[in-house]
Design a protein around this ligand. Sequence first.
Ligand code: SF4
Length: 373
Amino acid sequence: MPDLNIPLYVDAGFSAFEMRALESLLASNPSIHWIKLTDEGTYELILDNSIMSCFRTCPSLFMMTWVEGFAPKIGKSWILDFGTIFHKLVEIYYKEFRTPGFDRIKWATEIAKEEWIAANMKFHRDHKEYNTIGGLPGFASLLLEYASRFSADNERIRVIGTEIAFGRNREVPLGSVYNMVRDAPRSDFANVYLRVFLAGRIDVLIDDRTSIGPLDHKTKGSFRGDPSKFYEIDEGPTGYIYAVNQILPKLLKELNLEESLLERSCNKILMNYISKTPTQDPAERFKRLPIFKTSDQLESYRRRMLLTAEDLFRALIRYAVSKEASRSTNNCTGLYGSDCPFLAVHRQVSKENELMMLSANYEKRPIWNTEEA
Ligand code: SF4
């Protein structure tokens, strides 16, 4: 285990006491995979969009989830579970849909049923959307409609790869945070106290003959207006475009693909929007729309993520010392379509009651790793 470069952090305005507190917080939560001490004794953060977005949503929620690993003993999120199972099925689809003998009926029924049962989707049987979609039979119909709308004959895309994870090997750097206290050149390597990398997992990477980019899926309750309106400013899709730009040359080599593909632009993500509510014309249940990003937008994204990382690091140190984090109460009752899982804790009348509620109804789990999901 390398020694922490305390003088560097003291120079950057942190105290030795704070840095030791951070060390012991990390030692007591060893499954935190997104912060690492380098051989130089400085920290690096490997952050995916879920981690950064959670921190911006509510720092307290972030500490509960991504630092402490608390989760309700009982309880599941329909929106997250449905999104996960749908993504799994779509990945299988794009891996196999052009393979001779691919049986889309088997995919939409037997394989979907196995995944549905494994994810214990029946838990959500009282959720409004579970009934709108029609449970497992309705899910199978949705998949069959999908396979018909995006059949091998209809699709004009070439699938380059599926389940492409990046992050662990620091493939996508977002930049470094420098000591701004000492009057020294920003580029001075010795002043870097935090390096930041983007992590993630691209479900499907495609080539549409003009550009190479991710194909992402968003399931919506129903379509109201233009579904791109939210996602064109969402950091998630921008991050995927940013990542493809960084990983493509190495990826093409690894996949043994022609180098000429590097001439394609990487400024686009294709978004498949899916309405959970059935529509009269099954084809209307799906919308495929591109989101484009200029190089200016990608650079601006990089700088914003670096700011998020710096804020997160400072908040983490404060939490290590005080076990306190700020709360963003705008999101307590409207998080992914339901109440925040920690609302029951944060509505308590005293700290003591909060701790009692936590120990009775929540459990500590290893920190979720999206790269391995
Ligand atoms: S209940 Fe509200 S304040 Fe508490 S963690 Fe959730 S969003 Fe944050």
